[in-house]
Design a protein around this ligand. Structure first.
Ligand code: FEO
Ligand code: CA
Ligand code: CA
Length: 592
Protein backbone atom coordinates (compact mmCIF):
# COMPACT_ATOMS: atom_id res chain seq x y z
CA UNK A 1 0.00 0.00 0.00
CA UNK A 2 1.49 3.34 -0.96
CA UNK A 3 1.59 6.19 1.51
CA UNK A 4 -1.36 8.06 0.08
CA UNK A 5 -3.62 5.03 0.16
CA UNK A 6 -2.42 4.22 3.63
CA UNK A 7 -3.37 7.65 4.87
CA UNK A 8 -6.75 7.39 3.24
CA UNK A 9 -7.45 3.95 4.66
CA UNK A 10 -6.21 5.08 8.03
CA UNK A 11 -8.48 8.08 7.99
CA UNK A 12 -11.54 5.87 7.67
CA UNK A 13 -10.50 2.80 9.63
CA UNK A 14 -9.33 4.96 12.49
CA UNK A 15 -12.78 6.48 12.54
CA UNK A 16 -13.44 4.82 15.89
CA UNK A 17 -10.36 6.20 17.60
CA UNK A 18 -10.86 9.46 15.73
CA UNK A 19 -14.22 9.86 17.41
CA UNK A 20 -13.41 8.06 20.62
CA UNK A 21 -11.28 10.49 22.54
CA UNK A 22 -13.41 13.63 22.55
CA UNK A 23 -16.63 11.69 22.59
CA UNK A 24 -15.77 9.40 25.44
CA UNK A 25 -14.53 12.31 27.48
CA UNK A 26 -17.86 14.05 27.08
CA UNK A 27 -20.27 11.15 27.25
CA UNK A 28 -20.57 9.69 30.71
CA UNK A 29 -23.16 7.02 31.52
CA UNK A 30 -25.81 9.64 32.24
CA UNK A 31 -25.24 11.10 28.80
CA UNK A 32 -25.16 7.98 26.66
CA UNK A 33 -25.36 8.85 22.99
CA UNK A 34 -28.55 6.77 22.61
CA UNK A 35 -30.18 6.48 26.03
CA UNK A 36 -33.86 6.84 25.10
CA UNK A 37 -36.42 4.20 24.19
CA UNK A 38 -37.14 4.36 20.47
CA UNK A 39 -40.71 5.26 19.51
CA UNK A 40 -42.86 3.15 17.19
CA UNK A 41 -43.96 4.47 13.83
CA UNK A 42 -46.87 6.89 13.91
CA UNK A 43 -49.59 7.32 11.29
CA UNK A 44 -51.84 9.60 13.36
CA UNK A 45 -52.15 13.39 13.30
CA UNK A 46 -49.89 13.80 16.31
CA UNK A 47 -46.35 14.72 17.24
CA UNK A 48 -44.84 11.80 19.14
CA UNK A 49 -41.74 11.96 21.38
CA UNK A 50 -40.16 9.20 23.51
CA UNK A 51 -41.30 8.25 27.02
CA UNK A 52 -39.99 10.77 29.51
CA UNK A 53 -40.12 13.66 27.03
CA UNK A 54 -42.66 16.40 26.36
CA UNK A 55 -43.28 18.59 23.33
CA UNK A 56 -45.38 21.66 22.55
CA UNK A 57 -45.62 24.32 19.83
CA UNK A 58 -43.40 27.40 20.02
CA UNK A 59 -44.81 29.22 17.01
CA UNK A 60 -46.91 28.44 13.97
CA UNK A 61 -47.43 29.96 10.55
CA UNK A 62 -49.35 33.25 10.86
CA UNK A 63 -48.73 33.75 14.61
CA UNK A 64 -48.24 37.51 15.22
CA UNK A 65 -44.68 38.74 15.81
CA UNK A 66 -46.12 42.14 16.75
CA UNK A 67 -49.19 43.13 18.79
CA UNK A 68 -50.45 45.20 15.86
CA UNK A 69 -50.86 42.03 13.78
CA UNK A 70 -54.00 39.93 13.99
CA UNK A 71 -54.24 36.22 14.79
CA UNK A 72 -54.64 33.66 12.02
CA UNK A 73 -57.93 34.20 10.19
CA UNK A 74 -59.70 30.85 9.75
CA UNK A 75 -62.06 32.48 7.21
CA UNK A 76 -59.05 32.84 4.85
CA UNK A 77 -60.26 36.18 3.57
CA UNK A 78 -57.36 37.56 1.48
CA UNK A 79 -57.85 41.33 1.27
CA UNK A 80 -55.41 44.28 1.43
CA UNK A 81 -55.33 44.00 5.23
CA UNK A 82 -54.43 40.32 5.08
CA UNK A 83 -51.54 41.11 2.71
CA UNK A 84 -50.19 43.78 5.03
CA UNK A 85 -50.73 41.57 8.07
CA UNK A 86 -48.68 38.75 6.51
CA UNK A 87 -45.63 40.98 6.83
CA UNK A 88 -45.92 41.04 10.63
CA UNK A 89 -46.54 37.37 11.37
CA UNK A 90 -44.53 34.14 11.27
CA UNK A 91 -44.10 32.96 7.67
CA UNK A 92 -45.33 29.67 6.27
CA UNK A 93 -43.49 26.33 5.86
CA UNK A 94 -40.76 26.79 8.46
CA UNK A 95 -37.56 25.00 7.43
CA UNK A 96 -33.87 25.44 8.38
CA UNK A 97 -33.21 27.62 11.44
CA UNK A 98 -30.49 28.82 13.82
CA UNK A 99 -30.39 30.47 17.22
CA UNK A 100 -28.41 33.64 17.98
CA UNK A 101 -27.71 34.29 21.65
CA UNK A 102 -28.61 37.47 23.52
CA UNK A 103 -28.09 38.16 27.22
CA UNK A 104 -30.42 37.19 30.10
CA UNK A 105 -31.80 33.90 28.75
CA UNK A 106 -32.89 35.59 25.57
CA UNK A 107 -32.03 34.67 22.02
CA UNK A 108 -33.01 35.32 18.43
CA UNK A 109 -34.31 32.67 16.11
CA UNK A 110 -33.86 33.07 12.38
CA UNK A 111 -35.98 30.58 10.46
CA UNK A 112 -36.62 29.99 6.79
CA UNK A 113 -40.15 30.03 5.38
CA UNK A 114 -39.54 27.86 2.36
CA UNK A 115 -42.74 28.09 0.38
CA UNK A 116 -46.53 28.14 0.66
CA UNK A 117 -49.34 25.62 0.25
CA UNK A 118 -52.09 27.28 -1.83
CA UNK A 119 -54.31 24.24 -1.23
CA UNK A 120 -54.28 25.07 2.50
CA UNK A 121 -53.89 28.84 2.33
CA UNK A 122 -56.88 29.72 0.15
CA UNK A 123 -60.58 28.85 0.12
CA UNK A 124 -60.20 28.23 -3.64
CA UNK A 125 -57.33 25.83 -2.77
CA UNK A 126 -55.05 27.49 -5.31
CA UNK A 127 -57.39 26.96 -8.25
CA UNK A 128 -58.25 30.60 -8.77
CA UNK A 129 -55.17 32.64 -7.84
CA UNK A 130 -55.33 36.42 -8.33
CA UNK A 131 -52.75 39.16 -7.86
CA UNK A 132 -53.84 39.76 -4.23
CA UNK A 133 -53.20 36.10 -3.51
CA UNK A 134 -49.74 36.40 -5.07
CA UNK A 135 -48.89 39.37 -2.85
CA UNK A 136 -50.15 37.47 0.19
CA UNK A 137 -47.97 34.47 -0.73
CA UNK A 138 -44.97 36.74 -1.36
CA UNK A 139 -45.30 38.13 2.17
CA UNK A 140 -45.79 34.67 3.66
CA UNK A 141 -42.45 33.18 2.62
CA UNK A 142 -38.79 34.18 3.01
CA UNK A 143 -37.33 34.38 6.52
CA UNK A 144 -38.74 35.16 9.97
CA UNK A 145 -36.55 36.55 12.75
CA UNK A 146 -37.88 36.82 16.28
CA UNK A 147 -36.74 37.03 19.87
CA UNK A 148 -37.43 34.28 22.39
CA UNK A 149 -37.05 34.10 26.14
CA UNK A 150 -36.08 30.86 27.87
CA UNK A 151 -38.26 29.85 30.80
CA UNK A 152 -37.14 27.97 33.91
CA UNK A 153 -38.32 24.60 32.57
CA UNK A 154 -36.13 25.04 29.49
CA UNK A 155 -38.91 25.86 27.03
CA UNK A 156 -38.91 29.10 25.06
CA UNK A 157 -41.59 31.70 24.45
CA UNK A 158 -41.91 34.34 21.78
CA UNK A 159 -41.10 37.96 22.71
CA UNK A 160 -43.72 39.90 20.74
CA UNK A 161 -42.76 43.39 19.58
CA UNK A 162 -39.04 42.83 20.17
CA UNK A 163 -36.96 45.38 18.26
CA UNK A 164 -35.32 42.41 16.51
CA UNK A 165 -38.55 40.89 15.18
CA UNK A 166 -38.51 41.09 11.44
CA UNK A 167 -39.78 39.51 8.25
CA UNK A 168 -37.75 39.19 5.08
CA UNK A 169 -40.04 38.30 2.19
CA UNK A 170 -40.12 37.96 -1.58
CA UNK A 171 -40.37 41.77 -1.66
CA UNK A 172 -37.52 42.81 0.67
CA UNK A 173 -34.64 44.74 -1.00
CA UNK A 174 -31.48 42.60 -1.01
CA UNK A 175 -28.08 43.61 -2.36
CA UNK A 176 -25.88 41.45 -4.59
CA UNK A 177 -22.19 40.99 -3.87
CA UNK A 178 -19.37 38.82 -5.16
CA UNK A 179 -18.39 37.91 -8.73
CA UNK A 180 -21.90 38.18 -10.25
CA UNK A 181 -22.58 41.68 -8.86
CA UNK A 182 -23.41 44.02 -11.73
CA UNK A 183 -23.15 41.29 -14.38
CA UNK A 184 -25.23 41.67 -17.55
CA UNK A 185 -27.12 38.46 -16.74
CA UNK A 186 -28.37 39.99 -13.47
CA UNK A 187 -29.67 43.25 -14.96
CA UNK A 188 -33.41 43.75 -15.31
CA UNK A 189 -35.84 46.53 -16.22
CA UNK A 190 -36.22 47.35 -12.54
CA UNK A 191 -32.52 47.04 -11.70
CA UNK A 192 -30.38 48.36 -14.55
CA UNK A 193 -27.21 47.94 -12.48
CA UNK A 194 -27.70 44.28 -11.51
CA UNK A 195 -26.97 45.03 -7.87
CA UNK A 196 -30.32 44.96 -6.06
CA UNK A 197 -32.93 42.19 -5.95
CA UNK A 198 -36.38 42.22 -4.45
CA UNK A 199 -36.71 39.25 -2.21
CA UNK A 200 -35.48 35.80 -1.46
CA UNK A 201 -37.53 32.70 -2.27
CA UNK A 202 -37.69 28.98 -1.54
CA UNK A 203 -35.49 29.39 1.51
CA UNK A 204 -34.73 25.81 2.33
CA UNK A 205 -32.07 25.14 4.93
CA UNK A 206 -29.48 27.47 6.35
CA UNK A 207 -26.14 28.17 8.01
CA UNK A 208 -24.55 30.34 10.68
CA UNK A 209 -21.24 32.16 10.33
CA UNK A 210 -18.59 32.54 13.06
CA UNK A 211 -19.33 36.28 13.02
CA UNK A 212 -22.97 35.74 13.98
CA UNK A 213 -24.90 36.09 10.75
CA UNK A 214 -27.52 33.81 9.22
CA UNK A 215 -27.17 32.18 5.81
CA UNK A 216 -30.47 31.38 4.11
CA UNK A 217 -30.27 29.12 1.05
CA UNK A 218 -32.48 29.51 -2.02
CA UNK A 219 -33.55 26.12 -3.36
CA UNK A 220 -36.32 25.41 -5.92
CA UNK A 221 -36.59 28.99 -7.18
CA UNK A 222 -37.74 27.81 -10.61
CA UNK A 223 -41.09 26.76 -9.09
CA UNK A 224 -41.92 30.47 -8.70
CA UNK A 225 -41.32 31.41 -12.34
CA UNK A 226 -43.51 30.86 -15.36
CA UNK A 227 -43.97 32.40 -18.80
CA UNK A 228 -47.04 34.04 -20.33
CA UNK A 229 -45.60 33.49 -23.83
CA UNK A 230 -43.33 30.96 -25.46
CA UNK A 231 -39.63 31.73 -25.24
CA UNK A 232 -36.63 29.79 -26.46
CA UNK A 233 -35.09 28.06 -23.48
CA UNK A 234 -31.27 28.32 -23.41
CA UNK A 235 -28.92 25.69 -21.92
CA UNK A 236 -28.76 27.49 -18.60
CA UNK A 237 -32.54 27.84 -18.26
CA UNK A 238 -32.89 24.18 -19.19
CA UNK A 239 -30.42 23.07 -16.52
CA UNK A 240 -32.15 25.18 -13.84
CA UNK A 241 -35.70 24.20 -14.82
CA UNK A 242 -36.84 27.61 -16.06
CA UNK A 243 -39.65 26.90 -18.51
CA UNK A 244 -43.21 27.70 -19.44
CA UNK A 245 -45.50 25.79 -17.12
CA UNK A 246 -42.93 25.43 -14.31
CA UNK A 247 -44.76 27.87 -12.00
CA UNK A 248 -46.29 26.12 -9.00
CA UNK A 249 -47.93 29.13 -7.38
CA UNK A 250 -49.27 31.45 -10.11
CA UNK A 251 -46.69 34.15 -9.34
CA UNK A 252 -46.23 35.08 -13.01
CA UNK A 253 -49.30 37.31 -12.53
CA UNK A 254 -46.55 39.54 -11.11
CA UNK A 255 -44.51 40.42 -14.24
CA UNK A 256 -41.25 40.03 -12.38
CA UNK A 257 -41.85 36.27 -12.25
CA UNK A 258 -42.87 36.06 -15.92
CA UNK A 259 -39.76 34.85 -17.74
CA UNK A 260 -41.04 35.87 -21.16
CA UNK A 261 -41.11 39.48 -19.88
CA UNK A 262 -38.16 39.37 -17.46
CA UNK A 263 -35.73 36.71 -18.72
CA UNK A 264 -32.93 37.65 -16.31
CA UNK A 265 -34.98 37.63 -13.10
CA UNK A 266 -34.38 33.89 -12.41
CA UNK A 267 -30.61 34.53 -12.49
CA UNK A 268 -31.11 36.62 -9.36
CA UNK A 269 -32.26 33.59 -7.34
CA UNK A 270 -30.56 30.33 -6.38
CA UNK A 271 -28.03 32.01 -4.11
CA UNK A 272 -26.94 31.91 -0.48
CA UNK A 273 -28.15 35.07 1.27
CA UNK A 274 -26.44 36.49 4.37
CA UNK A 275 -28.58 38.23 7.00
CA UNK A 276 -27.49 39.99 10.19
CA UNK A 277 -30.21 39.09 12.70
CA UNK A 278 -28.78 41.45 15.31
CA UNK A 279 -29.36 44.49 13.09
CA UNK A 280 -33.01 44.63 12.05
CA UNK A 281 -32.23 47.53 9.69
CA UNK A 282 -29.46 45.74 7.80
CA UNK A 283 -29.98 44.83 4.17
CA UNK A 284 -29.50 41.11 3.40
CA UNK A 285 -26.78 40.27 0.87
CA UNK A 286 -26.75 37.61 -1.86
CA UNK A 287 -23.25 36.09 -1.74
CA UNK A 288 -22.70 35.02 -5.33
CA UNK A 289 -19.19 33.60 -4.78
CA UNK A 290 -20.90 30.53 -3.29
CA UNK A 291 -22.48 29.64 -6.63
CA UNK A 292 -25.99 29.48 -8.02
CA UNK A 293 -27.86 26.22 -7.75
CA UNK A 294 -30.75 24.73 -5.77
CA UNK A 295 -29.11 25.25 -2.41
CA UNK A 296 -30.06 23.02 0.48
CA UNK A 297 -28.03 24.21 3.48
CA UNK A 298 -24.70 25.95 4.08
CA UNK A 299 -22.67 24.11 6.72
CA UNK A 300 -20.01 26.52 7.89
CA UNK A 301 -16.78 25.23 9.43
CA UNK A 302 -13.98 27.38 10.79
CA UNK A 303 -10.95 25.39 9.66
CA UNK A 304 -7.88 25.13 11.90
CA UNK A 305 -6.13 27.33 9.31
CA UNK A 306 -8.74 30.03 10.19
CA UNK A 307 -10.16 29.92 6.66
CA UNK A 308 -13.94 29.67 6.58
CA UNK A 309 -15.25 26.61 4.73
CA UNK A 310 -18.87 26.29 3.58
CA UNK A 311 -20.22 22.88 2.49
CA UNK A 312 -23.30 22.92 0.26
CA UNK A 313 -25.55 20.43 -1.52
CA UNK A 314 -27.53 21.03 -4.71
CA UNK A 315 -30.83 19.22 -4.24
CA UNK A 316 -31.67 17.82 -7.64
CA UNK A 317 -31.27 14.36 -9.11
CA UNK A 318 -27.73 13.97 -10.52
CA UNK A 319 -26.48 17.30 -9.17
CA UNK A 320 -23.43 17.92 -6.99
CA UNK A 321 -21.81 18.66 -3.62
CA UNK A 322 -19.81 21.90 -3.33
CA UNK A 323 -17.48 23.60 -0.92
CA UNK A 324 -16.34 27.20 -0.67
CA UNK A 325 -13.05 28.16 1.00
CA UNK A 326 -12.61 31.81 1.96
CA UNK A 327 -9.54 33.60 0.63
CA UNK A 328 -9.03 35.49 3.86
CA UNK A 329 -8.81 34.14 7.38
CA UNK A 330 -11.28 34.77 10.18
CA UNK A 331 -9.59 36.79 12.90
CA UNK A 332 -12.49 37.01 15.32
CA UNK A 333 -13.71 40.23 13.76
CA UNK A 334 -13.78 39.97 9.96
CA UNK A 335 -17.26 39.89 8.47
CA UNK A 336 -16.90 40.04 4.71
CA UNK A 337 -15.34 36.63 4.10
CA UNK A 338 -17.90 35.19 1.70
CA UNK A 339 -17.17 37.40 -1.32
CA UNK A 340 -13.66 36.21 -2.05
CA UNK A 341 -12.56 32.61 -2.10
CA UNK A 342 -12.58 29.43 -4.11
CA UNK A 343 -15.64 27.41 -5.02
CA UNK A 344 -15.01 23.68 -5.45
CA UNK A 345 -17.15 20.74 -6.53
CA UNK A 346 -16.74 17.14 -5.38
CA UNK A 347 -15.49 14.32 -7.59
CA UNK A 348 -15.72 10.88 -5.99
CA UNK A 349 -13.49 7.92 -6.92
CA UNK A 350 -14.04 4.27 -6.09
CA UNK A 351 -15.67 1.05 -7.23
CA UNK A 352 -19.42 0.53 -7.15
CA UNK A 353 -20.15 -1.82 -4.26
CA UNK A 354 -17.09 -0.95 -2.15
CA UNK A 355 -19.08 1.86 -0.53
CA UNK A 356 -15.89 3.77 0.18
CA UNK A 357 -13.14 5.45 -1.74
CA UNK A 358 -11.22 8.64 -2.32
CA UNK A 359 -12.17 11.94 -3.84
CA UNK A 360 -11.05 15.39 -4.82
CA UNK A 361 -12.38 18.90 -4.76
CA UNK A 362 -12.13 20.49 -8.19
CA UNK A 363 -11.83 24.25 -8.54
CA UNK A 364 -14.60 26.16 -10.27
CA UNK A 365 -12.40 29.04 -11.31
CA UNK A 366 -12.63 30.94 -14.58
CA UNK A 367 -9.74 30.03 -16.88
CA UNK A 368 -9.09 26.67 -15.20
CA UNK A 369 -10.28 23.10 -15.87
CA UNK A 370 -11.96 24.07 -19.17
CA UNK A 371 -13.97 26.95 -17.70
CA UNK A 372 -13.04 29.32 -20.48
CA UNK A 373 -14.63 31.13 -23.40
CA UNK A 374 -14.49 28.00 -25.59
CA UNK A 375 -17.02 26.48 -23.22
CA UNK A 376 -19.03 29.68 -22.80
CA UNK A 377 -17.45 30.97 -19.59
CA UNK A 378 -16.11 34.49 -20.08
CA UNK A 379 -15.72 35.46 -16.45
CA UNK A 380 -16.05 34.20 -12.89
CA UNK A 381 -19.56 35.70 -12.98
CA UNK A 382 -20.43 33.19 -15.73
CA UNK A 383 -18.98 30.38 -13.60
CA UNK A 384 -20.98 31.18 -10.46
CA UNK A 385 -24.24 32.00 -12.29
CA UNK A 386 -24.04 28.69 -14.15
CA UNK A 387 -22.30 26.69 -11.44
CA UNK A 388 -24.13 23.51 -12.49
CA UNK A 389 -22.89 23.75 -16.09
CA UNK A 390 -19.38 24.55 -14.87
CA UNK A 391 -19.36 21.61 -12.45
CA UNK A 392 -20.36 19.23 -15.25
CA UNK A 393 -17.48 20.46 -17.41
CA UNK A 394 -14.90 19.79 -14.67
CA UNK A 395 -16.16 16.24 -14.13
CA UNK A 396 -18.05 16.47 -10.83
CA UNK A 397 -19.83 13.30 -9.65
CA UNK A 398 -23.63 13.33 -10.11
CA UNK A 399 -25.31 12.47 -6.80
CA UNK A 400 -28.70 11.23 -5.57
CA UNK A 401 -30.06 14.65 -4.54
CA UNK A 402 -27.62 16.13 -1.97
CA UNK A 403 -29.57 17.64 0.93
CA UNK A 404 -28.09 18.77 4.26
CA UNK A 405 -24.39 18.63 5.01
CA UNK A 406 -23.35 18.37 8.69
CA UNK A 407 -19.84 18.59 10.13
CA UNK A 408 -19.05 16.67 13.31
CA UNK A 409 -17.86 19.17 15.95
CA UNK A 410 -15.57 16.54 17.53
CA UNK A 411 -13.88 15.18 14.40
CA UNK A 412 -13.07 16.21 10.85
CA UNK A 413 -15.85 14.03 9.42
CA UNK A 414 -18.56 15.63 7.32
CA UNK A 415 -21.86 13.86 6.61
CA UNK A 416 -24.31 14.48 3.79
CA UNK A 417 -27.80 13.15 3.13
CA UNK A 418 -28.59 11.89 -0.38
CA UNK A 419 -32.32 11.84 -0.08
CA UNK A 420 -33.38 9.63 -3.02
CA UNK A 421 -33.19 9.38 -6.81
CA UNK A 422 -35.74 7.30 -8.65
CA UNK A 423 -33.99 8.24 -11.92
CA UNK A 424 -30.66 6.65 -10.98
CA UNK A 425 -29.77 4.27 -13.83
CA UNK A 426 -26.02 4.55 -14.18
CA UNK A 427 -24.34 3.67 -10.89
CA UNK A 428 -21.26 5.35 -9.46
CA UNK A 429 -19.35 4.50 -6.29
CA UNK A 430 -21.02 6.99 -3.91
CA UNK A 431 -24.49 6.31 -5.42
CA UNK A 432 -24.53 2.51 -5.63
CA UNK A 433 -28.23 1.73 -6.12
CA UNK A 434 -30.48 1.97 -9.15
CA UNK A 435 -33.87 3.54 -8.55
CA UNK A 436 -32.68 4.72 -5.13
CA UNK A 437 -36.10 5.41 -3.57
CA UNK A 438 -34.90 5.18 0.05
CA UNK A 439 -31.77 7.36 0.03
CA UNK A 440 -28.49 7.13 1.92
CA UNK A 441 -26.04 9.08 4.07
CA UNK A 442 -22.42 9.44 3.05
CA UNK A 443 -19.50 10.87 5.01
CA UNK A 444 -16.12 12.17 4.01
CA UNK A 445 -12.99 13.43 5.68
CA UNK A 446 -10.56 15.75 3.97
CA UNK A 447 -6.87 14.84 4.14
CA UNK A 448 -5.42 16.86 7.06
CA UNK A 449 -7.87 19.80 7.04
CA UNK A 450 -11.11 21.16 5.63
CA UNK A 451 -9.21 23.26 3.07
CA UNK A 452 -7.39 20.26 1.60
CA UNK A 453 -8.52 19.22 -1.88
CA UNK A 454 -8.27 15.44 -1.32
CA UNK A 455 -10.69 13.41 0.76
CA UNK A 456 -11.71 9.89 1.73
CA UNK A 457 -15.33 8.81 2.00
CA UNK A 458 -17.59 5.96 2.97
CA UNK A 459 -21.32 5.30 3.21
CA UNK A 460 -22.73 5.68 6.73
CA UNK A 461 -26.07 4.11 5.94
CA UNK A 462 -28.25 2.97 3.07
CA UNK A 463 -31.93 3.25 3.99
CA UNK A 464 -34.30 0.49 2.90
CA UNK A 465 -37.17 -1.77 3.79
CA UNK A 466 -37.82 -5.45 4.31
CA UNK A 467 -36.63 -7.70 2.75
CA UNK A 468 -33.41 -5.80 3.42
CA UNK A 469 -31.30 -7.94 1.10
CA UNK A 470 -33.54 -6.89 -1.80
CA UNK A 471 -33.64 -3.16 -1.06
CA UNK A 472 -29.91 -3.08 -0.30
CA UNK A 473 -30.21 -1.55 3.18
CA UNK A 474 -27.04 -1.33 5.24
CA UNK A 475 -26.51 -3.43 8.38
CA UNK A 476 -27.45 -0.62 10.77
CA UNK A 477 -31.01 -0.61 9.36
CA UNK A 478 -33.50 -3.02 10.97
CA UNK A 479 -37.28 -3.36 11.15
CA UNK A 480 -37.42 -0.98 14.15
CA UNK A 481 -35.63 1.94 12.55
CA UNK A 482 -36.68 1.90 8.89
CA UNK A 483 -37.38 5.14 7.07
CA UNK A 484 -36.96 6.71 3.65
CA UNK A 485 -35.51 9.96 2.34
CA UNK A 486 -33.05 11.37 4.90
CA UNK A 487 -32.95 15.17 4.55
CA UNK A 488 -32.26 17.38 7.62
CA UNK A 489 -29.00 16.54 9.37
CA UNK A 490 -27.35 18.12 12.39
CA UNK A 491 -24.82 17.23 15.08
CA UNK A 492 -25.20 18.27 18.69
CA UNK A 493 -22.05 19.18 20.59
CA UNK A 494 -21.70 15.63 21.91
CA UNK A 495 -21.69 14.29 18.31
CA UNK A 496 -25.14 12.82 18.36
CA UNK A 497 -26.24 12.83 14.73
CA UNK A 498 -29.86 13.92 14.31
CA UNK A 499 -31.49 12.81 11.05
CA UNK A 500 -34.81 14.20 9.74
CA UNK A 501 -36.90 12.75 6.93
CA UNK A 502 -38.81 14.23 4.00
CA UNK A 503 -40.11 11.02 2.56
CA UNK A 504 -43.11 9.14 1.31
CA UNK A 505 -45.60 8.76 4.16
CA UNK A 506 -48.13 6.42 2.51
CA UNK A 507 -47.07 3.61 4.89
CA UNK A 508 -47.87 1.25 2.02
CA UNK A 509 -46.04 -0.91 -0.52
CA UNK A 510 -42.37 -0.03 -0.70
CA UNK A 511 -42.93 2.38 2.20
CA UNK A 512 -44.85 -0.03 4.46
CA UNK A 513 -44.14 0.26 8.19
CA UNK A 514 -42.34 3.59 7.83
CA UNK A 515 -45.21 5.80 9.01
CA UNK A 516 -45.21 9.57 9.02
CA UNK A 517 -42.07 11.67 8.57
CA UNK A 518 -39.79 11.47 11.55
CA UNK A 519 -36.50 12.15 13.21
CA UNK A 520 -33.77 9.76 14.30
CA UNK A 521 -30.77 9.98 16.51
CA UNK A 522 -27.64 8.12 15.41
CA UNK A 523 -24.36 7.28 17.05
CA UNK A 524 -21.75 8.04 14.39
CA UNK A 525 -19.27 5.75 16.08
CA UNK A 526 -21.34 2.56 16.16
CA UNK A 527 -23.72 3.45 13.34
CA UNK A 528 -26.73 2.58 15.52
CA UNK A 529 -29.82 4.72 15.04
CA UNK A 530 -33.15 5.01 16.86
CA UNK A 531 -36.45 6.71 16.02
CA UNK A 532 -36.73 9.77 18.29
CA UNK A 533 -39.88 11.50 17.11
CA UNK A 534 -42.57 11.40 14.50
CA UNK A 535 -44.74 14.14 13.03
CA UNK A 536 -48.43 14.57 12.12
CA UNK A 537 -50.15 13.59 8.87
CA UNK A 538 -48.55 14.65 5.57
CA UNK A 539 -45.84 16.75 7.19
CA UNK A 540 -42.13 16.87 6.65
CA UNK A 541 -39.84 17.08 9.67
CA UNK A 542 -37.24 19.73 8.86
CA UNK A 543 -35.16 22.28 10.71
CA UNK A 544 -33.64 21.81 14.14
CA UNK A 545 -32.10 23.97 16.84
CA UNK A 546 -30.43 22.33 19.83
CA UNK A 547 -29.90 24.64 22.80
CA UNK A 548 -26.31 25.08 23.88
CA UNK A 549 -26.88 22.88 26.96
CA UNK A 550 -28.55 20.24 24.71
CA UNK A 551 -31.63 20.24 26.96
CA UNK A 552 -34.16 21.84 24.63
CA UNK A 553 -34.66 21.17 20.98
CA UNK A 554 -36.73 23.04 18.42
CA UNK A 555 -37.94 20.92 15.52
CA UNK A 556 -39.84 22.03 12.44
CA UNK A 557 -43.12 20.44 11.37
CA UNK A 558 -43.57 21.60 7.79
CA UNK A 559 -46.79 21.53 5.77
CA UNK A 560 -48.96 19.15 7.87
CA UNK A 561 -52.02 18.29 5.77
CA UNK A 562 -50.43 19.13 2.41
CA UNK A 563 -52.25 18.14 -0.79
CA UNK A 564 -55.60 17.90 0.97
CA UNK A 565 -54.48 15.30 3.53
CA UNK A 566 -56.62 15.10 6.62
CA UNK A 567 -54.62 17.02 9.23
CA UNK A 568 -55.71 19.69 11.69
CA UNK A 569 -52.31 19.94 13.38
CA UNK A 570 -51.58 21.55 15.79
CA UNK A 571 -54.73 23.40 16.93
CA UNK A 572 -57.59 21.23 15.63
CA UNK A 573 -58.28 23.71 12.83
CA UNK A 574 -56.53 24.63 9.56
CA UNK A 575 -53.23 22.71 9.59
CA UNK A 576 -50.30 25.06 10.11
CA UNK A 577 -46.55 24.58 9.84
CA UNK A 578 -45.18 24.80 13.37
CA UNK A 579 -41.91 24.87 15.28
CA UNK A 580 -42.24 22.35 18.11
CA UNK A 581 -40.09 22.42 21.23
CA UNK A 582 -39.02 19.32 23.10
CA UNK A 583 -37.55 18.75 26.55
CA UNK A 584 -36.84 15.81 28.78
CA UNK A 585 -39.16 15.73 31.79
CA UNK A 586 -36.18 15.29 34.12
CA UNK A 587 -34.44 18.25 32.48
CA UNK A 588 -31.68 16.02 31.08
CA UNK A 589 -29.75 16.03 27.87
CA UNK A 590 -31.83 15.16 24.80
CA UNK A 591 -31.14 11.70 23.47
CA UNK A 592 -29.29 10.56 26.58
FE1 FEO B 1 -35.96 22.12 0.70
FE2 FEO B 1 -34.17 19.77 -0.61
O1 FEO B 1 -35.31 20.39 0.65
CA1 CA C 1 -34.76 19.66 2.85
CA1 CA D 1 -37.10 18.40 1.29
Amino acid sequence: MNRRNFIKTAALTSCASFFASPLMAKTQDKNAILGFKAIDINTKDTFVVPEGYEAKPLISWADPLFSKAREYDESKNIDEKAIENADFVMGDNNDGMFMFELENNRALIAVNNEYINPEIMFNHKGKNINLNDVKYMQNSCGVSIFEVKRLENGFYELVKDSKYNRRITAQTPISISGPAKGDEKLKTKADKKGKLVYGTINNCASGKTPWGTYLTCEENFNDFFDASAEFSQDASQKRYGIKKGAGEYGWSLDERFDVSKNPNEPNRFGWVVEIDPYDPNSMPIKRTALGRFKHENAEVVLDKSSHVVVYMGDDEKHEFIYKFVSKNKYDGKARNLLDEGTLYVAKFNGKVGDNKGSGEWIELVHGKNGLDSKNGFNSQADVVINARLAASIVGATPMDRPEWVAADPNSDFVYVTLTNNDKREELNAPNPRKNNIYGHILRFVNDSSHINTKFSWDIFLLAGNEPFSETGASKNINKDNIFNSPDGLKFDKYSRLWIQTDGKYSNKGAYANMGNNQMFCADPLSGELRRFLSGPIACEITGVIISDDCKTMLVGVQHPGEKGANSTFPYGKTPRSTIMQIRKLDGGILGS
